[in-house]
Design a protein. Sequence first.
Length: 488
Amino acid sequence: MRPQSYDFAFTQAAIGMALISLDGTILNANPALYDLLGYTQPDIISSLPLPFMEDDMIIHIIQVGQSLPLDLRTPSHTRYEQEYVHPSGQKVALHIHVSMVLDNNQVPIYYLAQFENITKIKDIEEQLQVAKTALHDNENFLQQMLEELSLPVLITKHGIIKYVNPAGLQLIYAESLDDVLGKSADLFVDTSSHSTLFERREKYYSTNELGSVRYLIRCLNGYKKYVEGFSLQITFKGQDAVIGIFKDITKQEAEKERTMQSEKLSTAGQLAAGIAHEIRNPLTAINGFMKLLRSSKEDKSDQYISIIESELKRIEFIVNELLVLSKPQKNHTSAPLNIMSLIDQVITLMNGQASLKNIEIVTQYPERPFVLIMGVENQLKQVFINLLKNALEAMNHGGMIHVYLQVNDKEVQIHVQDQGYGMTKDQIEALGKPFYTTKDTGTGLGFMITQNIIHNHGGAITVDSILKQGTTFTVSLPMIMISDKEDF
């Protein structure tokens, strides 16, 4: 992964982020942190004492950082809450996440501090607790408070909408309460999030637990938005009900998509040499058969044309796969996929790069040719491209990469096994931490994106490695069917 990917993720992050030296000097800070703390860049990056240092913020971060373990078998990060006085005089509740960044020799080089403004959430939690206590005496207090909240509020009973505050009506572009009252909340949740909705509802009915959630919703004008929030049990108009407080995170999701797109474009660029090599072979064959057509006295034109057409289709497939990889994905709806077919397509795309390094990619599949999963095709392709690309980069002296599948009643496991230099236990434990990578020019974004995609598909990814022998990444995904026929 290239340093540009790091710069993009750091500067475009929706939350405040800062790199802080071991002695407390701010090395770098992103624009979101300037806005959050109420300072400009020259104010923050300075050797002079800063106003907010009087609140011991930096000192606290350093103290927390110094308490982090150097043994990577123990998570080297922590989070805490701190109150901060904004230059405007307002008090801001901050959620601060501190992690230690190490070099390739596992020596600490600086701290990564991430700041999130949780003032609204804290205020809402406090107000809800007050409201919940007072509901039996005065329910009008709750409705008045909800009317004034800037965040969308939804109250439902058995999934039927009983109340939406003005911010909630504005979120879904409703003109009045009449547009939503008495309707099922399911109508406003996109079908791609229905499984999350139903699972959450069943859990509530059986355990009375709710907690936080994230949905893709449909507005009345057809627009789609991402929201996240939490729910509580309340009494509304004398009946048990559920209140949900939500936040529009559509812009944050768009930033995440741009980060993933940047990573995909970086991957596409790195594949270019291998793709050129893969295309050159059929072009050479086509050129040779065209010459034979011109010079041959025997009537073999049909045979030659058939071969030429086959090679052209091969070129077309490779080019289309590369174009699909580089384009933003407009639809994130899951669909039934044959995982073996998907992996074969990825391997076709990677074979050129593998042949340049004298590496062979070998597959081993179950006897039944159709193992079906639910997933987003392009996202899963990105996962296996990342894993194969990492395997190729770990092997500098040729060899074989084994891709094999195992299935049971509930899931399919896809193993990607290389013959590279392997990783230590400490390196394995550190994978997935912010900006951690074992590569000289990497950022760790590729593996973080891979983990996120697999998690969103309800799966898991594990790593086994032996130093100087190789590494095996295992992706586990829920399986919906295994079949002898492609009958879906």
